[in-house]
Structure formats: C-alpha cells, structure tokens
Design a protein around this ligand. Structure first.
Ligand SMILES: Cc1cc2nc3c(=O)[nH]c(=O)nc-3n(C[C@H](O)[C@H](O)[C@H](O)COP(=O)(O)OP(=O)(O)OC[C@H]3O[C@@H](n4cnc5c(N)ncnc54)[C@H](O)[C@@H]3O)c2cc1C
Length: 365
C-alpha cells in the first residue's frame, strides 16, 4: 500500500486544482479517477470571469470564446441585451479544460492514477478527499454530504452549420421562466454552440421536452444535436456536513453548485483553495481536524448561495414580477459585478442598486 499525505478521489476541476495546490505546497498527493482523460463531462463549459480568476492555473489555452454580451429572455419572448465592460464568461469544453488542469497537477508533482478506483489502486492517505462529483460515492463512505438535494440538466451541441455563428458570437443567451427551477441556455464555442436546459430534479422526465422548446426558439432541430447528455446538479442545504476529522468534500461532491445559475466551477476553485489550506494545517499539526474547512466554505459561499436560493424561488413563484425587476439596468450592474468577481455576494451591493435586489429577495421569501 503506497502512502500519501492526501488521496483525492476524482480528477475534475475540484480534484485537479486541489492536487495542484497541495503539490505546489510540497505535499505528496495522489488523484484517483475512474475515467481516462481527456473525458467529457456534461456541462455548458462557461467559466465566469470570477471562476477564471479563481483557477490556480491560467485556463487561457483552452478558452474558445470570450463572452461580453448577455441576452436575457423571458419565456422565449421579451428580451434584454446587456453589454459588459469586459468579458464576463470564458467558454471552454470540459473535455479540454479538465485534461488541461489534470496535466497541470501532474506537472506540479501530483501522482495521477486514471482509469481506476480507490478500491483497486492500493493507495492510502492521511487525508481523503471526495472530489468525485454529483454521482460520487466517497461522501457516503466517509459519512458526509447528507442533505444534498439535486437539480438536473441536459445539453447537446449544434454545429455552426446548423446555428448562426454571427447570432451567438461573444454572446450568452439565457432563457428564463419557462422551466421550473431552471433555465435554458445557448453558449458559443469554437466550432459549435452548446444548447442546454436545467431544472428541478422533479422535471427530469420533461427535460427532453424542455430542450425541444429551447431548440425551437433558436431555429434548431433537436434531433440534429450531437453529444446529448444529462447530469445531476447537487445543491447543498445550509448545515450539510462537508468536513470531518480526516476527510472532506470539494466541488460537486460537496453540493456546491450555485442554486440559481447552476454554475459550479467557481465553487470548485474556491473549495479547492479552502480545502488545501485546511489540509496543509492538519498535515503541519496546526489543526487536529479538517472541520474548520466547512466554516471557511460557509464564510465565502453561504451568502451568495442564500441569495441564489431566494432568486430561484422568486423566479419560480412570481415569474412575471421577478422578470420585471431582473431585466432592469440596476440588476445587471450587480450581475456584472458578480460575474467579474468584484462582488462576492449580492449582499455587498451598495446604493440604489440594492433596491431591486431587496425586491427580488422579498419575492423569494
Ligand atoms: C448540463 C450541465 C451544465 C453545466 N454548465 C456549467 C457551466 O456552464 N459553468 C459552470 O461553472 N458549471 C456548470 N455546471 C456545473 C459543473 O459542471 C460542475 O460544477 C463541475 O463539473 C464540478 O466539478 P467536480 O470536479 O466537482 O466534479 P466532476 O467534474 O463531475 O468530476 C468528478 C470526477 O470524479 C470521477 N469519479 C466519479 N466517481 C468516481 C469513483 N468512484 N472513483 C474514481 N473517480 C470517480 C469522475 O470520473 C470525474 O472525472 C454544469 C453542470 C451540468 C450538469
């Protein structure tokens, strides 16, 4: 049995960046992933600028498109188009991003074992990390993550032979209020656009129908989409335990997806940073357990996710009123600041721009 300071189960963005950070700090670290990379992961592949900046390795080499125009639409009708002062999302493909980040961790000195599982690989660690995503088993094995609920998402790709390159260039289209607990999107990539829908888990059976409606609104034949895939969106409830004495969870395994946007990569990079700090403290004897990690995650993400839960409920229960507020320039100012990482939560917004946020929070209560 080979021994490491830390063994990380899962080599997605949460696991690979945690491995990079630990190896960079001189710890011995092993990543075990059942897949062989490059592997795909159902995802819109939108790296918000705050995620881009939070990633410890510059992902620029795998960015295919920069987005500085955001088009919000209400039930495939009324639309508002906002121009950001700089790119707010970088579009990548997970097949490329995840392999790139895992290679970076390997180059930093992490031992990467692909195509295998913890049971088969013969390694053990002082610390064990669940980074095995929405369908991982580590959380249960170490008695953490109880209370995570789920949304679902379904997406596919349309080549620019099927969908206009010019219409979607530098633009993210977000279709609100037609899908309970979610939205539809069209995201531009290098040689195709990604089209998808996200929703409450209870909408699972209707996801194909939701995707069909989104395709119709964009002049697409749903049958012509390639690489159609669905996946769960794990959402942590306040108080859900994600750290114990010598085990913790990062990224989707910890249910850290933003409840309203469905984004999770920013949370992967934030949690890997906080996890690395907690693990290094324990390894150095500065802490006797990894439990401080949970409080650190709450301190950075709880306020943002609380606001997201309220907005999600507001859009679900009061779609027309919420849309009237959400389409205003004042709300865009906050959204832009959040995407750029200039605000870590809407609660930090000051002045007049707080008023519509208060209205949305009231609707979502
Ligand atoms: C359809 C969809 C669209 C999305 N769009 C966006 C978006 O545009 N922007 C954004 O920021 N987020 C988006 N998300 C969320 C984002 O995809 C996730 O938050 C992100 O993938 C989480 O990364 P992770 O490293 O935690 O887990 P994952 O990326 O899921 O990686 C987990 C890894 O663990 C491995 N694994 C699993 N079980 C085991 C096991 N037993 N043993 C060994 N290895 C194992 C898997 O092979 C996998 O490589 C989307 C999600 C969905 C479903």
């Amino acid at each position: 049995m080979q021994r490491f300071d830390a063994v990380i189960v899962g080599g997605g963005p949460a696991g690979s960046t945690l491995a990079w950070r630990l190896a960079d700090a001189g710890a011995s670290v092993c990543v075990v992933d059942k897949a062989r990379f490059p592997r795909d992961k159902p995802c819109g592949g939108g790296l918000t600028t705050r995620a881009f900046r939070a990633c410890p390795v510059d992902p620029s080499p795998v960015v295919e498109e920069e987005v500085d125009v955001v088009e919000l639409r209400f039930r495939y009708g009324d639309a508002v188009v906002r121009h950001a002062r700089e790119p707010v999302i970088r579009m990548t493909q997970r097949r490329r991003l995840d392999a790139f980040l895992l290679d970076a961790a390997r180059e930093r000195g992490a031992d990467i074992r692909e195509g295998t599982t913890l049971d088969d690989v013969g390694v053990e660690g002082d610390v064990i990390v669940g980074a095995d995503g929405a369908n991982g088993t580590t959380a249960k094995a170490v008695g953490l993550g109880v209370g995570i609920v789920h949304g679902v998402a379904y997406e596919g790709n349309a080549s620019y032979a099927q969908i206009s390159r010019d219409r979607y260039a530098r633009r993210a289209v977000v279709e609100l209020a037609d899908i309970p607990g979610g939205y539809a999107w069209v995201f531009p990539k290098g040689d195709h656009a990604n089209v998808g829908v996200g929703a409450w888990q209870s909408e699972g059976r209707k996801l194909r129908e939701h995707l069909r409606r989104a395709c119709a609104a964009h002049g697409l034949d749903p049958e012509s989409l390639s690489d159609l895939r669905g996946h769960r969106l794990p959402l942590r409830r306040p108080g859900t335990r994600i750290a114990g004495e010598r085990a913790l969870l990062v990224g989707d395994a910890a249910g850290l997806i933003d409840p309203v946007s469905g984004d999770g990569m920013y949370e992967c990079f934030v949690s890997s940073r906080l996890a690395a700090a907690a693990i290094l403290d324990r390894l150095a004897g500065r802490a006797s357990s990894l439990e401080p990690y949970q409080a650190a995650v709450d301190a950075e993400l709880a306020s943002l996710h609380r606001a997201s839960w309220k907005l999600k409920r507001a859009l679900d229960r009061w779609p027309v009123a919420s849309w009237r507020v959400a389409r205003t320039k004042l709300v865009w100012r906050t959204v832009e600041n959040l995407l750029l990482g200039e605000l870590s939560s809407p609660s930090e917004q000051h002045g007049l721009a707080r008023l519509p946020l208060r209205a949305l929070a009231t609707l979502g209560r």
